[in-house]
Design a protein around this ligand. Structure first.
Ligand code: RIB
Ligand code: CA
Length: 313
């Protein structure tokens, strides 16, 4: 059964790999559209980058939409220090020639969900949750059309990567995250607790380089650039491939283990704004609202990634 998805994204080198993995797997995944949001870099760059990645995958037919250019309440915080000025630094890629759709991404999400059966569409969210929260607020009737939301965001044992308490995607738009986590939609969370376990070691980067196609070496150039921030900060043996965990879950959920727990979002405290308060030990009486992942088979993840990326041009 092919799963229908919308990819909401702020590319970002790791977003790019997540998108490539989805587009390399048409037997399992039908991408209805790619919606860009402001996050790692401003919207005019995330929509450009999303189109460049689709063209890299040979999918210039893909519908790419621009969404919200800033969070619901907070001022936009970007991450050029991690992703470079363009958000896709590393490889030299041609400017996109495929069109950006005129329709606003939030309208695309609403209209697509309205046209589908209940529970028919999975939302794969790779950046701040602004577009999703706006769609749910503008059209509450579409919430029931969502099969599940699989998102990269948050942290528990790993704590924050943009502040001591918060992970970037949630921190940028905590109000949007709070709307989504309160929506009642089944949510699968890929937090830093998992993504920091899928590090692009030298050997893994070389495996990308040796795939024998165009995409492999380009992915290696992306991760070579993107990893320097995390390696410097954590002294890790490579950069974490955050967002591809979302796509990998759709293809091989058994790679991941986690718990059904309650997750609330801090939206008020300046000190801990954007923290995912994950009740991992179930010490509160708050009802579970998410499957919060805690572990991953990293070698299995990279085996899947290599096998699928090799299918691309
Ligand atoms: O904290 C990591 C997340 O923030 C990833 O989605 C990365 O692309 C950035 O958006
Ligand atoms: Ca991202």
């Amino acid at each position: 059964m092919v799963r229908k998805i919308i990819i909401d994204t702020d590319p970002g080198q790791d977003d790019a790999v997540a998108i490539l993995l989805a587009l390399a797997s048409p037997e399992e995944i039908e991408v209805l559209g790619v919606t860009a949001v402001a996050g790692n870099v401003p919207l005019h760059l995330t929509q450009r980058n999303a189109r460049m990645v689709c063209e890299l995958a040979g999918r210039s037919d893909m519908k790419v939409f621009a969404g919200c250019d800033r969070p619901m309440v907070r001022p936009l915080v970007t991450a050029e220090h991690v992703h470079g000025q363009t958000g896709l630094d590393g490889p030299v890629l041609p400017e996109p020639t495929m069109p950006l759709q005129d329709k606003h991404a939030v309208d695309f999400i609403i209209e697509t969900l309205r046209a589908e059966e209940a529970g028919a569409v999975t939302l794969c969210v790779l950046g701040p949750l602004t577009n999703i929260a706006m769609a749910f607020q503008m059209a509450p009737d579409v919430v029931e059309k969502v099969q599940e939301i699989v998102l990269m965001g948050g942290a528990y044992f790993e704590v924050g990567n943009i502040t001591p308490a918060a992970e970037f995607n949630i921190y940028v738009d905590p109000q949007a995250a709070a709307v989504v986590f309160a929506s009642g939609v089944p949510i699968v969370v890929m937090p830093l607790d998992v993504t920091h376990k899928v590090l692009v070691t030298k050997a893994r980067a070389n495996a990308f380089r040796d795939l024998g196609n165009t995409c492999g070496p380009v992915v290696a150039e992306m991760t070579d650039f993107f990893e320097r921030f995390d390696m410097e900060k954590y002294g890790s043996d490579g950069g974490p491939l955050h967002d591809p965990c979302v796509t990998a879950y759709l293809l091989k959920p058994e790679l991941f283990t986690g718990r059904q727990i309650n997750v609330e979002i801090e939206v008020a405290s300046e000190l801990t704004l954007g923290m995912t308060v994950a009740d991992w030990w179930r010490v509160s009486d708050r009802a579970p609202n998410a499957t919060f992942m805690g572990d991953v088979d990293a070698d299995g993840f990279f085996d899947l990634l290599n096998e699928r990326l090799a299918r691309l041009p």
